[in-house]
Design a protein around this ligand. Structure first.
Ligand code: ATP
Length: 367
């Protein structure tokens, strides 16, 4: 059988049409704490939405309400057009993966994957076939007879994912599934999760506090704050067009530079920067400029450009794929991204000029 045919067969065995998920004005309070403040969130069929936000913003509560593990005080949960708000967890048909390590320790990988199928009354032959398909999907067919303690954290989470998907859930819920893993495994497994999710087509809610993870896996990322969605957008849009200061600060690194706004642009460091929708548009503003939207010129080269204000290098760091230079401009410290190869050109104390590249930025009124 060709690799393509095998993949198609697997897809036929695992693929799901995907259903729409709608959370409408969901409310959940714990005493004085409002964990969800009329949260409204819609997932299109087959979509992967990542919920991102600082600790305590309500991400996990939203996921647990969708799972039926928490009862909302108000609002509505619909999956595939059906109202599930008061339906118990075991009748919601959802697959869940939590932080490591949630496998049953006394069962092998295969038995863990078969577990949900057994609960649903599938016969032994069907369970075995399905578990084999699922373990193949997550690349662990050779580990089927291992127990949790004989597998790495990353392998255990793959088994947990296989177990969640084995029951062909309508919705897949992932609550910080990678947070207990080390950096390299995290990246591998998050890419793997995305590949598998696209393969099976299950509508997925992925909760994380890690912005890079959210941007890397999701069709859309929802940034939560105080129990509500602050902004939801595809990763690239969220990053390049943050709708608020909170989102610009939370997603990526940003400089706050004083400027003067007029008619949709601001003058910052002596250059003109177009302003994004939602910006303060007149008068004294703080402009939120990403490090990669600034350039650094050694003073000797600055004659070729319209020079910005004089600045001094404070420090320069090599970060692998690129470098970051911290410079002092008057009373402000500014971070500028530079190519890795250029890091060595910027030694502490060297005079430089900082130049905005003219990429649209968000401006907020000066305090
Ligand atoms: P984290 O990233 O730290 O897990 P989160 O964004 O997932 O945070 P939630 O766990 O949803 O946040 O919690 C939202 C708020 O509700 C927090 O203030 C939390 O302390 C509170 N909370 C959550 N569960 C309970 C509970 N069972 N009893 C009391 N307060 C709770």
């Amino acid at each position: 059988m060709s690799a393509t045919t095998a993949r198609e067969d697997r897809r036929n065995a695992t693929a799901h049409q995907g259903v729409a998920v709608e959370l409408t004005a969901l409310r959940r309070t714990y005493g004085q704490v409002t964990a969800l403040d009329d949260l409204t969130l819609r997932l299109a069929p087959g979509e992967l939405v990542a919920l991102l936000g600082p600790s305590g913003c309500g991400k996990t509560t939203a996921l647990r309400c969708l799972a039926g593990l928490e009862d909302p005080d108000g609002g509505r949960i619909e999956v595939g057009g059906k109202d599930l708000t008061r339906v118990p967890t075991n009748r919601r048909d959802m697959g869940m993966v939590f932080q490591a390590y949630s496998l049953f320790p006394h069962l092998t990988a295969r038995q863990n994957v078969e577990f949900g199928l057994q609960l649903r009354g599938h016969n032994a032959q069907r369970r075995r076939t399905r578990a084999a398909e699922m373990l193949e999907l997550v690349g662990l067919e050779s580990q089927a007879d291992r127990y949790a303690h004989q597998m790495s954290g990353g392998q255990q989470q793959r088994v947990a994912l296989a177990r969640a998907l084995a029951i062909e859930p309508q919705v897949l819920l992932l609550d910080e599934p990678l947070s207990a893993l080390d950096a390299k495994v995290r990246v591998q497994l998050r890419d793997e999760i995305r590949r598998i999710q696209l393969d099976v087509g299950t509508t997925t809610l992925f909760v994380t506090h890690d912005q890079e993870e959210a941007l890397a896996v999701a069709d859309r990322v929802g940034v939560m704050r105080h129990g509500r969605l602050e902004q939801i957008a595809p990763p690239e849009e969220l990053y390049s067009q943050p709708a608020s200061e909170f989102v610009a600060d939370f997603v990526g690194v940003t400089n706050r530079l004083p400027g003067t706004a007029s008619q949709g642009t601001a003058t910052v460091l002596g250059s003109s920067v177009p302003l994004l929708a939602g910006s303060a548009t007149e008068g004294a503003v703080m402009v939120l400029v990403r490090p990669e939207h600034l350039a650094l010129d050694p003073v000797a080269d600055s004659a070729t450009h319209d020079p910005g204000p004089a600045a001094t290098v404070v420090s320069a760091s090599f970060l692998g794929a690129h470098g970051r230079v911290r410079v002092r401009v008057g009373e402000h410290t500014v971070l500028v991204q530079v190519p890795s190869a250029a890091v060595a050109d910027f030694t502490a104390g060297a005079p430089v000029r900082v130049r905005p590249l003219g990429i649209p930025a968000l401006a907020v009124a000066s305090a």
